[in-house]
Design a protein around this ligand. Structure first.
Ligand SMILES: [Zn+2]
Ligand SMILES: [Zn+2]
Length: 141
């Protein structure tokens, strides 16, 4: 059974065989992937940015290879080319290093409690206003 689809990359129609991109684009991806692997073999411990500049391959593309699990970051050669998006430290997975992950989590919590106390302050203030109005009314009697 053959199915025809549009390539997700170039939009050309091709015979669908389990990949969302056409054989030509797949070939190009494969070459990029090989280049990255090759580069990492020669330069273990390179960062995504470094690989991107050296090979002229988009950072997003390299990240996608990583996400797809096609590039091994924690291999025997010790390649670690994922970087924390906050501090740039080498990480093995995800977007942030452990430290930044913790900091971001507590920052979020702090913002949330700050917002809560601000809302509390507003209702405190409006309560006072209501009380004053009440007093004024009494005075006017
Ligand atoms: Zn294509
Ligand atoms: Zn970090």
């Amino acid at each position: 059974m053959s199915e025809v689809r549009n390539c997700r990359k170039c939009g050309k129609i091709f015979n669908y065989i389990g990949s969302p991109i056409c054989p030509i684009c797949k070939q190009a991806e494969e070459e990029d992937f090989k280049k990255i692997k090759d580069y990492l073999y020669r330069n273990p411990g390179s960062s995504i940015t470094q690989v991107s500049i050296e090979l002229d391959i988009g950072v997003e593309k390299i990240r996608r290879f990583l996400k797809d699990g096609r590039l091994e970051i924690t291999g025997d050669d010790g390649n670690m080319i994922l970087e924390c998006e906050n501090c740039g430290k080498s990480i093995k997975s995800g977007r942030f290093c452990d430290e930044c992950e913790r900091n971001l989590a507590s920052e979020l919590k702090a913002t949330a409690s700050q917002m809560k106390s601000e809302i509390g302050g507003i209702s405190d203030a409006s309560r006072k206003v209501i009380g004053m109005r009440y007093l004024n009314k009494d005075e006017g009697k």
